[in-house]
Design a protein. Sequence first.
Lengths: 334, 115
Amino acid sequence: MDLLERYLQAVGQYLPAETKADTIAELRSNLMEQIDAREEDLGRSLTAAELGEILRAHGKPEAVALRYLPQRSLIGPTVFPFYTLTLGRVLPLVVFVSLLAKGIQFATSGDESLAHALGSFAVGVWSSLLLSAAIITAIFAGIEWSAQCGKLGMKWNEWDPAKLPPVRSHTAPDNSPKSMAKRLIDLSIHSLWFAYLLWVPWHPFWIMGPGVFYFDSLGVALAPVWHPFYVLLLTQLTVQLVMKLLAFVTAGQTWLQVMKLVADLLSVFAIGLLAMASTYFVPANAHADLHRIAVVNHSVNLAFRIALVIVVAGLVKDGWDYAKRSKPTRQLAF
Amino acid sequence: METTSETGMFDSLRLELRRGCLILAVLAQLRDEHYGYTLRKALADEGLAIEESTLYPLLRRLETQGLLTSEWREEEKRNKRFYRLSKDGEAVLELLLAEWNGINESLHKILKHEK
């Protein structure tokens, strides 16, 4: 019987002190009955292995003890759907607000690097998400507790059908393709713009017109950062050119959204590259006004930081649109 | 051939189906006094086997809800806890039986073409 006592002791470890003795006494009594009945059948005492078999069938000590504990859940099945719905709505909002706040801080601070801004956002957004989830969980646990105590009563499920919002008129989104003429004009303008950008590096007059002479008189030249930017810009325009061509092919429609995202991503890289740089203009000769160049560089950097926030917001919006369109529409089960 | 997921799903549905019936059976059986072991045996003899780990905590829960009363008493030189249906338990059992009979009749009508 040493094995039985060891078993009961193991069960007792997981039971609350106030009911432990009573529960163990009852378990002992029932198990003893079972053992007696088995011994009566066999006409002899049970071996340790046979006793072990009875205890194994009775259940693992932790599992047996858990069944005697009251059912505990922080949020019950009635409140849980509202809890998940709230989390699903609030957490994306937390990410958006954090991103916006970080973007404004990055654009206005002027001396924070992009890598540092992204790093601090990635770290900060998790703590914001965890804190928000904890607060929401605490609120819903409170609601559950109130409902359990009868303080909310039946009010939780009370509702008035008359207060439902009126039926919205569903206007189908205009997904019809552009006309052939519009697509041709679109492609022509884009091709001209592409050709212009390929042309201007060797003909700066076509960027600023007569202003190029004033630029030369200041004694400044473009910094090396403009070279990778130019390559990224041309890559983005190439992707957009392919998009314009795909617009003529029906089978290519599904790729348009993906390519739009790629083009947006390239914009972010290009503007990000400029926002991370601090020097856009360098002195071209010994007579250049270094103070004025420093002021211009600082102002241009600020402008690119603001532009980066705008293109990131555009990318997030396009990503959201793409995710919404990719998501299958819910269907009724019946 | 039956897959593991189908077996798991069947077990889960079977458990759900049995849960309410077990309470009804335990309450009905405890119109007469029993202690845990003999109750389990009586139910098994009627074809409704219940695991000890399910039955004993269920008895505690029904007692906490006021549907059963219990007392420790010595029988055959051993202390045993005897359970019996309380007054509230009797009333609840009547209501549950009425509900059960209604469900049973409805199911018979719905399943009239089934074997």
